[in-house]
Design a binder for this molecule. Structure first.
Ligand code: IMP
Length: 435
């Protein structure tokens, strides 16, 4: 066995949590390797809904080890809340959760910075971040001088580090925030983070060594992507992106596991498109169709509850991200949301300045000018959320899935028609060998 990855191919919220949960059945280890509490993964087991943001979805299966690697930015208060919430519901969290000592820690100054210095691009359009301190923490990681990693919390020098960083941040944030900024108290932050560190201590270790050992011993490891490839800081719709490599290319840098261990990449897509936050979205439908998708798909952010922007499936964008992420197979989620639409459109090309393109533009201004070229497919009336085999789907729904596969250039192996584990269909037993 070796590494399998589950990666979102759109702008996040593709239902990766559910697909990861299904695949954990045949994996011993599940890994979160980038992002932070900006992610919201929803898993429904036997009618019970679990919302996870930092802990890998594998935690819901007792025999799975869950690992958060150094590529993640960790808010200790958030993960402790999550641990407490899971324990209250009877989910075991103990030696099955491991956190990298290389993980960068989110501090109150990161949250303040995001609150006071709105992340806007040059022309003033807001990126519309999740306000979880993600960008400021990754920036400190890259600039290095004022970054603190989880392992640093256990060193004697930590009080000194927090004190000097707080002095620097107070000066900077005081200038930006004026009367709206209350200076941070280094001693209080130190005390609070010492308590967090104490509670997290049993989970902290060298996850890189752990994962390399596991893979060398042929253990089955599942990498759980957060956000989606179009939000990748290097390859997404920059600058309207998150601050980590959320496409498949981020797995190695985030986890310390070289690409040769990655044997399978599953790209998860919605049967349509959504986006939260700013930035171009060529197939957006700010009309009745978008409203249908939002209502039927409950398209409101898991983390921020913001209404998501909704639109048709964009095969140009997904073909790009599927290639970028080295996708072997697709999982198509939320197909049931399209039921009852008389016709369904798929974007097969863009027209930019009179030129027809089937490649994804590298500059966001070109994407903003792209007029989608649509292919129209017939819809279906029947409710499909009770279907359990692909053969049970109305012919129009099957034809739609087949067309997506053709346009993206990857086989569809999983189709999901509802949030529950049971509401899933498999094209073959290649990905999941069912009992
Ligand atoms: P940040 O990750 O909070 O810095 O936000 C940057 C952009 O990524 C914003 O447009 C967010 O809405 C978007 N984003 C971040 N995390 C997620 C996610 O898990 N799902 C969908 N969008 C996300």
């Amino acid at each position: 066995m070796a590494g399998t990855a589950v990666v979102g191919l759109q702008w996040g919220d593709e239902a990766k949590g559910k697909i990861v949960d299904l695949l954990t059945e045949q994996h011993e280890i599940v890994v979160r390797y980038q992002g932070g509490a900006n992610a919201g993964h929803t898993v429904v087991v036997a009618g019970e809904t679990y919302k996870l943001s930092l802990i890998p979805s594998g935690i819901l299966r007792r025999n799975v080890r869950c690992v958060v690697t150094g590529g993640v930015v960790l808010n200790p208060a958030t993960i402790l809340d999550e641990i407490d919430g899971l324990r209250r519901r009877g989910v075991f969290v103990g030696d099955n959760l491991m956190l990298s000592d290389r993980t960068h820690v989110i501090f109150p100054w990161h949250l303040e910075e995001e609150r006071l210095i709105h992340q806007r691009v040059a022309d003033g359009e807001a990126i519309g971040t999740t306000m979880r301190g993600i960008g400021p923490c990754y920036r400190d990681k890259v600039t290095r001088s004022s970054a603190i990693r989880l392992g640093d919390l256990y060193r004697p020098s930590i009080l000194q580090r927090i004190t000097s960083i707080v002095a620097e941040k107070n000066a900077l944030l005081g200038l930006k925030g004026g009367a709206d900024f209350k200076p941070l108290d280094a001693a209080a932050i130190h005390r609070q983070y010492q308590q967090f560190a104490e509670r997290l201590k049993p989970h902290v270790g060298d996850t890189t060594a752990f994962l390399l050992d596991a893979l060398e011993q042929d253990k089955a490891v599942l990498f759980e992507g957060a956000q989606g490839a179009l939000l990748d800081v290097d390859h997404g719709t920059f600058p309207f992106v998150t601050s980590s490599n959320s496409s498949g290319v981020g797995i190695s840098s985030g986890s310390g596991v070289p690409g040769r261990y990655l044997k399978r990449v599953i790209g998860v897509v919605k049967a349509y498109s959504t986006r939260v936050g700013g930035g171009p979205f060529p197939t957006e439908q700010p009309n009745d169709v978008g409203e249908h998708l939002r209502q039927r798909g409950n398209e409101y952010g898991t983390v921020t509850r913001r209404p998501r922007r909704c639109g048709w499936f964009d095969a140009v964008a997904v073909r790009y991200t599927a290639r970028l992420s080295g996708v072997d197979a697709l999982a198509v989620a939320l197909l049931d949301v399209l039921s009852e639409l008389p016709e369904i459109k798929v974007c097969i090309a863009y027209e930019i300045d009179g030129r027809r393109l089937t490649t994804f533009p590298s500059h966001v201004e070109d994407l903003a000018r792209a007029a989608p070229v649509y292919e129209t497919l017939p819809g279906w009336r029947a409710e499909i959320s009770a279907c359990r085999r692909l053969a049970d789907l109305p012919p129009e729904a099957r034809a739609y899935v087949d067309r997506l596969s053709q346009l993206v250039g990857a086989p569809v192996e999983i189709v999901s028609v509802g949030p529950d584990r049971e509401q899933t269909m498999f094209a073959s037993d290649r990905l999941i060998r069912r009992a």
